[in-house]
Design a protein around this ligand. Structure first.
Ligand SMILES: [Zn+2]
Length: 262
């Protein structure tokens, strides 16, 4: 029996605030949402890694724009949401499917809201703590804008992600954490976890390092969009136009509030 190889998880920065996630075992790599090719090529070259799979969460250009160029060095499949228009050829995925790459199995979860066919990839074991690649659905201390889906869809999608094991590493598509925490503090001024994590993340960003991956357990404590049943979040939502106290109404109100928040 060969011991499982050590898996590295890396956030490769792209554009101004995107992350292209990479997992590698020292020889082979997979990448998630390569919006542009050069940072991925540089990361692969720096460590002599062969690209074996690409996973896509949704169709936005800053998540798929590098796929066609990376096909030159890709020796494996492109897994993609089955209900969105993405670079072809790709293998279409939806909830209930699972994909295999680098010997790791990822369960596909439908998470519509940011886009109508957005999916996430969840690895339960095999790379240390569980991992979820959630694209632009769940951010640390925030969630994606509702470009195509409804508040009810986003609430259901975030509820699925919130139900993952608390140690699950949350690998999201953007570095928005510090700004998101400023909003989270406006929603819940008395949430000490928000205040403490904001201070921590400001120091991390001052060193130029990523504030992610976060964890599902932390997000349950700091992310207002996962805390729509908390009395303080409900009160804040009602003060910002929520039409009711249900999770969907609360999410809709704080999402609209966040859109205007500076
Ligand atoms: Zn997006």
């Amino acid at each position: 029996m060969i011991a499982p190889s050590v898996m590295n998880l890396t956030a490769v920065p792209a554009f101004s605030d995107n992350y292209i996630w990479m997992i590698d075992d020292g020889r082979h790599a997979l990448v998630v949402d390569p919006g542009e090719a050069p940072p991925v090529e540089a990361a692969l070259d720096a460590r002599g890694l062969a690209l074996k799979a690409i996973l896509l969460t949704h169709h936005h250009a800053d998540h798929v724009g590098g796929v066609d160029r990376l096909r030159d060095r890709l020796d494996g499949p492109v897994f993609a949401p089955g209900h969105e228009r993405v670079p072809q050829p790709s293998l279409p995925q939806e909830e209930g499917d699972s994909v295999e790459a680098l010997g790791l199995r990822f369960e596909v979860i439908d998470v519509p809201g940011h886009t109508s066919g957005h999916i996430a990839y969840f690895n339960r074991e095999g790379a240390g703590e569980p991992i979820v690649f959630c694209g632009d659905t769940l951010f640390s201390a925030g969630c994606g804008k509702l470009f195509e889906g409804t508040p009810a869809q986003m609430h259901a999608s975030l509820s699925k992600l919130a139900a993952l094991p608390e140690g699950t590493r949350v690998c999201c598509g953007h570095e928005y954490t510090v700004a998101n925490l400023a909003f989270a503090a406006a929603v819940e001024p008395d949430n000490r976890d928000v205040a403490k994590h904001a201070e921590h993340c400001r120091a991390i960003r001052a060193r130029g390092e990523p504030t992610v991956p976060s964890s599902i357990g932390r997000e349950r404590r700091i992310n207002p969009f996962l805390r729509t049943a908390e009395p303080a979040v409900v009160r804040a939502a009602l003060a910002h136009g929520a039409s009711g106290q249900g999770g969907t109404e609360v999410l809709a109100a704080i999402r609209n509030w966040k859109n205007e928040f500076r």
